[in-house]
Write a protein that binds this ligand. Structure first.
Ligand code: DC
Length: 225
């Protein structure tokens, strides 16, 4: 059965979350930021002082983790980790690396799979991530693979972190992006990859308005909205 969901997959910093949030608001879909789920697990692992590559210790921690997604009045997603709102904490740069490392582990991916599918079964969703079109929602109505060059993505991510008052440098952000690109694409389990039936959208030379227009066009065409 084809689901009335939009998958927005692509590498870090391609603009997925901004575009997904805007599109969800415009078309009345629920925006599910799946990276926030991996980040929350990364945060829990980090807080427990566990090495982010130690697969057996990370797997042991999973039964202690309870994640919940909530939406405020503006439709902004909040993530609760064991009852506490961690939406802001999971954005800190060290957590990006932890999230990328733990996301390569089959036990972590299996732990989050049902939660993501359940959201799409209950709501019309725009879900962003790395494997949504290939693994999580293979029957989604629309799959978009969003990309931009590493330099453009690093520039955007740096500006976003500066806006949020996070202390970092452009070099550090580019290093993170390159690390995560290679980590996320080379893992054996659900790697970052475009689904065969995904529409490719490269935003390297498009500003936010043009990227958004293109995405809206695809959604309108696909769902007759
Ligand atoms: O989208 P993000 O940067 O917040 O994601 C954080 C990390 O989580 C990213 O490096 C890869 C991983 N991730 C994943 O493996 N699968 C997803 N569906 C979403 C994120």
């Amino acid at each position: 059965m084809e689901e009335r969901s939009v998958c927005l997959d692509g590498p870090s910093g391609a603009g997925k979350s901004t575009l997904a949030r805007l599109a969800a608001e415009k078309f009345g879909f629920i925006y599910v930021d799946t990276g926030a789920l991996y980040r929350s697990i990364g945060l829990h692992v980090w807080r427990n002082g566990i090495d982010s590559k130690d697969e057996s210790r990370v797997a042991e921690l999973l039964p202690d983790i309870h994640l919940e997604l909530q939406y405020d009045d503006e439709g902004v997603q909040r993530v609760l980790l064991n009852g506490k709102d961690v939406t802001d904490d999971i954005r800190l740069p060290p957590i990006s690396i932890y999230a990328s490392d733990v996301s390569a582990m089959p036990a972590v991916r299996a732990f989050l799979l049902d939660m993501q599918r359940d959201m799409a079964a209950r709501y019309d969703t725009i879900m962003d991530g790395r494997d949504i079109g290939t693994v999580v929602l293979p029957n989604a109505g629309l799959k978009v693979f969003l990309t931009a060059s590493p330099n453009v993505r690093a520039g955007r991510r740096y500006a976003e972190l500066v806006r949020k008052g996070v202390k970092t440098t452009p070099e550090e952000v580019l290093r993170d992006i390159n690390y995560r690109d290679s980590n996320d694409s080379s893992r054996a389990n659900a790697p970052l990859r475009a689904a065969d039936d995904a529409v490719h959208l490269d935003t390297s030379r498009l500003d936010l308005n043009h990227s958004f227009e293109k995405l809206c066009e695809l959604i309108r065409e696909r769902f007759g909205l």
